[in-house]
Design a protein around this ligand. Sequence first.
Ligand code: NAD
Ligand code: UDX
Length: 474
Amino acid sequence: MVKICCIGAGYVGGPTMAVIALKCPEIEVAVVDISVSRINAWNSEQLPIYEPGLDDVVKQCRGKNLFFSTDVEKHVMEADIVFVSVNTPTKTQGLGAGKAADLTYWESAARMIADVSKSDKIVVEKSTVPVKTAEAIEKILTHNSKGINFQILSNPEFLAEGTAIQDLFNPDRVLIGGRETPEGARAMQTLKDVYAHWVPVDQIICSNLWSAELSKLAANAFLAQRISSVNAISALCEATGADVTEVSHSVGTDSRIGPKFLNASVGFGGSCFQKDILNLVYICECNGLPEVANYWKQVIKINDYQKNRFVNRVVASMFNTVSGKKIAILGFAFKKDTGDTRETPAIDVCKGLLGDKARLSIYDPQVNEEQIQRDLSMKKFDWDHPIHLQPMSPTVVWDAYEATKDAHGVCILTEWDEFKKLDYQKIYDNMRKPAFVFDGRNIVDAQKLRQIGFIVYSIGKPLDAWLKDMPAVA
Ligand code: NAD
Ligand code: UDX
């Protein structure tokens, strides 16, 4: 029996290993983590992450060939294949702070693998890492190996949150990078055999290690770049009377461009895009390529601009002040079908509105109050209007109607399906007038809302006369 151990029971480690266990009943999979609370949650009825379809998969295999444990060393020692899926956040201090990936967790995992191993192992980079990380990991492992053979593979993960299980069941491709040696080829074949249980072999791409590592950063940069491109066009649409949905449709029907990932929004969020682009920028700078670095930096600048623009639109529309006004925030997660708030645009938008002393009432179906208050109290960004004054503390409620009651405006920041089905007449009746809806995801029927009486702002769409008279400057 092949034994797999995955270090890191997070958004990637948990779902990926659960799917491997489901698809490969003869493989024993152990997911280990230093966080006792996370492991306890994986072993409970209330999994630590919300992901459609995940409960089903875990229930089918947990206790059979899928185990969650804090006994990291035991499971690493016993495994033939060790996946490393620890977090690789942006460095906040020291060399490369604000851009480079922090590989502290990775390095400590690698050192632990070297320390406890008693048999040959394949070590798989599942985390997103800077190109050439495998070389460093190889050095750590071989210098401490006591004669044990380690083969390093890069197997970046392309799942998106909210659709992780679907993405893992039907990936566009699986990418495996390894050394171009007979041992490297054997290790790649071993991992390929695991995925071949359910992924067609022609969708399993093999490459050299550096190409695999760089492909992950490049893929995320390309995806984010599409969103910044359409968001940049959305600003021009508002200035000219064009409709960004019509423009995206026309542009996306060119088969060379394709229709996906062209939805204008309040900005992209999530734990990956910004972090991975910053990492790419840093690598370019370190390799003496400032022009390339500046090109990718612009993707993040446009994203910041878009969030800023949204806040300015809200404030400008409401007579240039939201001080003391109640504003409902519908949606706090960075996208629908997840409770994850990492780098969510809602943080920047809420901080911007709080900076103007708005009274926020926030509702998200999957994010709890503790998380929201924590996110909003962290000073992560240098916002244009830093919160010098003690900001009004936001309230967090468990119902969209409660959030919007007596509010002057509603900001839709996450595209949850339930926000499309709300009774907007009821919401209007219970709001202060004039009542505003700022749709940061273009999910409501703006015409219908206007008939009710709302003043509606939709990203990249022709502006109401009111909004034209109250121009927002980004
Ligand atoms: P996460 O923070 O949810 O999970 C990482 C886990 O690793 C944490 O539970 C942490 O306690 C654990 N950990 C850290 N150091 C450890 C150690 N030494 N031993 C044992 N456990 C340790 O992170 P995530 O979102 O799952 O991301 C993991 C990696 O995958 C990152 O590199 C990320 O860039 C990449 N990635 C993430 C996504 C995504 O959608 N979240 C998608 C593709 C790739
Ligand atoms: C992303 C990548 O898609 C995935 O391949 C990688 O493995 C991890 O990073 P994720 O961040 O989970 O996945 O979600 P994604 O669907 O990519 O959305 C990222 C952000 O972009 C969200 O805030 C989303 O709302 C936003 N977005 C997405 C848009 O604003 N417009 C779009 O057209 C698509």
